[in-house]
Design a protein around this ligand. Structure first.
Ligand SMILES: [Zn+2]
Ligand SMILES: [Zn+2]
Length: 241
């Protein structure tokens, strides 16, 4: 018989395994799954199926998801995040329905309004309506003469450059690709010169990612190319991007 896995003293998220539960789980078909007694960092004792631990599905006694849910529902009205002050809660459109049904209408110090989800605000991902990037760019331009975030052909260069980090509430991890709960498909979109273009919907994330990349090459690459070219001329060969 092969040696039995021993999870004693191992840590899985907030759970530390104390020892095996003498009573395994028996399914109706008769298969047996081992269970482990764990102590959560919050002090609670729980019994967890072995697979739930090893796959990372269970990381706490339940307190972790309760905390996440609570922070999602916390009222942020009146709170300040960078240049944004939260005005009120508003429903987000379907594109962000992956667990974040609510967003926040914010007023930026510059006078413009912006919409952000809880995670974006509390994580510091979003600190202004977008004007901050412009300001720091002009600051940068002043200090070392580079126009890194400039507006060019009606497009914010910083918004179309490759390697941008997706929003914290985007579960795909890919800019411009999100999961649509209602349609159960990945939707790839691209924002270009003030328009939102839907590229398509896809069953798997890879396809959606590829489609988005293709669209970036089609819409963004020529602009970045021309912008780089202009920059090269302006700076006499020295290159910023
Ligand atoms: Zn706990
Ligand atoms: Zn602003």
């Amino acid at each position: 018989m092969s040696k039995k896995m021993d999870l004693t003293n191992q840590r899985f998220g907030r759970l530390t395994v104390i020892g095996e539960n003498p009573e395994p789980y028996r399914s109706r078909s008769g298969s047996i799954t081992r269970r482990w007694n764990c102590r959560c960092d919050c002090g609670k004792l729980v019994t967890v199926l072995q697979g739930s631990l090893t796959t990372g599905n269970t990381k706490s006694c339940g307190c972790l998801s309760r905390e996440k849910a609570a922070s999602r529902h916390k009222d942020l009205s009146g709170k300040r995040f960078g240049k944004l002050v939260v005005v009120k809660r508003i429903p987000l459109d379907n594109s962000r329905a992956d667990g974040y049904q609510n967003g926040w209408l914010c007023k930026c110090d510059c006078g413009k309004e912006a919409v952000a989800c809880t995670e974006d605000l509390t994580s510091g991902h979003k600190k202004s309506c977008g004007c901050y990037a412009v300001e720091s760019a002009s600051e940068l331009a002043r200090t070392d003469g580079r126009n890194v975030f400039g507006r060019y052909e009606g497009t914010m260069i910083s918004q179309i450059k490759p390697g941008r980090k997706p929003s914290k509430c985007n579960k795909s991890g890919v800019v411009g690709v999100h999961w649509n709960v209602r349609r159960q498909r990945w939707i790839a979109r691209i924002g270009f010169q003030g328009k939102k273009i839907t590229i398509g919907s896809f069953q798997n994330l890879d396809e959606a990612t590829r489609a988005r990349k293709k669209a970036e090459e089609k819409y963004f690459a020529p602009i970045i190319e021309r912008w780089n070219e202009e920059l090269r001329k302006k700076m006499g060969g020295a290159l910023a991007c």
